[in-house]
Each structure stands twice: as C-alpha cells, then as structure tokens.
Design a protein around this ligand. Structure first.
Ligand SMILES: NC(=O)c1ccc[n+]([C@@H]2O[C@H](COP(=O)([O-])OP(=O)(O)OC[C@H]3O[C@@H](n4cnc5c(N)ncnc54)[C@H](O)[C@@H]3O)[C@@H](O)[C@H]2O)c1
Length: 368
C-alpha cells in the first residue's frame, strides 16, 4: 500500500515556509538509518526479559502509596488465578538523597534493570516542599522516552460517547532534540503496526513552536517513509482538541503522537471521554526497561478503606503482558475485566457500585 502523507493545511503551509526549523537536508537531520529496520530484532523498546528456570518472568512491583497496596493486591490475586507466568519482586522506592538530589534506592534500580519491566502503583508527591517527584525521577533514571496512553470506552459505564478507542503517545523526556523525537516517533509507527491501527498522526503546534515542533514534525515525515503501510498526517493541537470532543470516532483508527506538554493535556482529555483517570492505564516505555502504571494518584481520601477501583492498574498490567509478548494471558484477563464491568453487578463506588476492591477482583476471578 502506498502511504498517503496527508498533512493538514496549516502544517503544510508551515513546512513550505520553514525558515527556522532544521532543514531535512541539513547534517543535523540525518536519521540514524541503522535504527530504521523494522525487523523484530530492531524494534524500539523490545522486551529483553527471559523466563527463569521455573518458567516465569520476574517483574519488579512498586506497590506505591495510598491505595497502591490495595489495588496491587487485586492484580496479584487475579494474575495468580489466571496462572499468568509472572513472579513479583516487590521493591521499596522511598527516596534517598544522593549528592543533594532525590534518587531511587539502588536495590530498586537494580531490580528494574535486571527484570527490564515493572508494574507501579501511584506515588505521592509532596507539594511545595520535600523530594522531587519520584515519577519524574523514575522516568529520568530509566530514560522512559514514551508515555503510552490508550483510552477505550468501558461497556457498563455510561459516558457521553460509547465508542472511544484512542491511543496517544507522548514524548516523555522533555528533550527537544532529534534523537528523542526520532525514537518516540519510530515507536509510534511500530506500535500502530503492532495493534493494527493503520494511521499515525502527529499533533503539534509548529505554527508557533517553530523550532521544537518543527523538528518533531520534520522528523516524523522522514520516519514515515520507513513505514509505507501506515498512513501519516499531522494536525494542529487546537484543531485536534475541538474535533475529539465533538466526535472521537474518527480518531479510533489512529495512533496520535506528540511532544510532552500536549500529550500531558490531551491524554487527560481523552481519559475524561471514557469516564476519568480511574479507568485509564499507561506504559512508560524505555529502550531498556519499561514501567507500567495507572494514571491516577494515590487517592489519600479513600486509602485503606477497601474502596479503590483497581481497574486502571489492572489494565496497565494487561499492557505490560502485551509488551512482554504474553498476549493470550493478556486477552483472557482483559476479557474477564471488561465482562465484569459490563455486567455492572460488582462495581466499586467511583463507578456507582457498592463493591469493595476485593469483591470486584473476586468477580473478575470468577470469570477467568
Ligand atoms: N502516577 C502517579 O504516581 C501519580 C499520578 C497523579 C497523582 N499522584 C500523586 O497522588 C497524590 C494524590 O493526588 P490527587 O488527589 O490529586 O489525585 P488522585 O488521582 O489520587 O485522586 C483524585 C480523586 O480520584 C479518586 N481516585 C483516584 N484513583 C482512584 C481509584 N483507583 N479508585 C477510586 N477512586 C480513585 C480519589 O479518591 C480522589 O477523589 C498526590 O501526592 C499526587 O502527587 C501520583
């Protein structure tokens, strides 16, 4: 299939008059073609973990603060019931100070490096004092360059739209250089292929942010040439926001990829379309290691009461299984989750039900 490079008009206009963004012909713009192969071995962020002698993969588990341990328990119970070949390795990430900077304890870092993958509960960040965000520290420590946020409507939980199925990839490192752009963009094309979406769209504001977004957009145009089976286009951020909230359906066949700040805002907007952060999973993807986590925080107001909804962490753990190539286990558990939600008998309070966290998890286990 021939690729259609169907740029939105303003982007096209910008690219014609590009004066400040680096030219595609400039030496600054030479893509590392060694990276370009799409053979499986060259996949960006390919999972490198190996099964142990017991036939199981070891996964680092950061239970997190507040409701973290409660929702992590649901994941552990459901994975055990589903015979998922996963052995959990819990680590403590209580921050330490190293040379005056917040750091993750060495044992925790070594565990993630060894296992190449982690599941993480929410970590509380002190406001206006104390250590810097551990989430940010984790991202920096492991160079987690892409934040992957799928949002799919949940049957049984009514929102203004019933058919949302967006996938958004946000550049995660806030690095505005070509290498960072290239990596996240190549990941976006490869990911689109892996989930059978036939289109990749860059969301940008290159009309205003000529240097940073111009570079991102130009890099995307070059990388698109390596993926002739994927249609590529671009859209201005404001236009995307207006169109998604008016009708999200045209976005169901696309992977949206964008610089950090827009991704931060647009991903929460998409989460709002399916019922909020309690249902939204995510993956932080790095070259070596990847960390999967719920998008919501530690919910201190309901912590320890058995009221938390573990769905977001559970769906993050499904993304983790898919990343590890354990697709059959992922599909089986995911079906049990969606069927339980659709039935509506064992929902937690945030979804209008009366079930406790463990009762909801028990209902999922019954369906496995
Ligand atoms: N990725 C992360 O680790 C992450 C993300 C966001 C916030 N945080 C941290 O979490 C702490 C609390 O943040 P916040 O209160 O702004 O946001 P929050 O997401 O923790 O809570 C917002 C509201 O949503 C509810 N909620 C959240 N998750 C829920 C769940 N799984 N089930 C049922 N209800 C749920 C809470 O009860 C609360 O009413 C802060 O320290 C913040 O820095 C961490």
């Amino acid at each position: 299939m021939i690729a259609t490079r169907n740029f939105a008009a303003p982007a096209r206009q910008y690219l014609r008059s590009t004066r400040v963004a680096p030219s595609l012909a400039s030496p600054r713009f030479q893509l590392r073609r060694g990276y370009a192969s799409t053979a499986d071995d060259d996949r960006v962020a390919k999972f490198k973990g190996q099964k142990g002698p017991d036939g199981k993969y070891t996964v680092t588990l950061i239970e997190g603060d507040g409701i973290g341990p409660e929702i992590a328990q649901s994941v552990k119970d459901i994975f055990a019931a589903a015979n998922a070949p996963i052995k959990w390795e819990p680590v403590d990430v209580t921050p330490i100070l190293k040379d005056g900077k917040t750091a993750i304890p060495d044992d925790a870092i070594a565990s993630v490096r060894k296992n190449y993958v982690a599941l993480k509960g929410p970590l509380a960040t002190p406001v206006g004092k104390g250590h810097v965000s551990l989430n940010l520290t984790l991202r920096r420590t492991f160079n987690l360059f892409a934040n992957l946020r799928p949002c799919r409507s949940v049957a049984g939980y009514k929102t203004p739209y019933d058919n949302v199925d967006t996938v958004l990839i946000r550049e995660n490192t806030e690095a505005y250089h070509q290498e960072a752009s290239e990596r996240v963009l190549r990941f976006a094309f490869q990911y689109a292929r892996s989930i059978n979406k036939k289109k990749v769209r860059v969301v940008h504001k290159a009309t205003i942010m000529k240097m940073s977004d111009g570079l991102f957009l130009n890099t995307a145009r070059e990388i698109a040439k390596d993926f002739p089976d994927i249609e590529f286009d671009a859209e201005l951020l404001d236009n995307s926001c207006l169109k998604i909230v008016t009708d999200p359906t045209p976005y169901n066949d696309k992977v949206l990829v964008m610089p950090n700040l827009y991704g931060d805002i647009l991903s929460d907007m998409c989460a709002g379309l399916i019922g909020g952060l309690g249902l939204t999973p995510s993956g932080n993807i790095g070259d070596e290691c990847s960390i999967f986590e719920a998008v919501h925080g530690s919910a201190p107001d309901i912590a320890g009461k058995g009221l938390a909804n573990p769905t977001a962490l559970l769906l993050s753990s499904i993304m983790m299984l898919q990343h590890m190539g354990l697709t059959e286990h992922a599909s089986r558990i995911q079906k049990a989750i969606f069927d339980t939600l659709a039935e509506g008998k064992s929902l937690t309070g945030d979804l209008g039900g009366k079930a406790k966290t463990h009762e909801y998890a028990g209902a999922i286990i019954q369906r496995l």
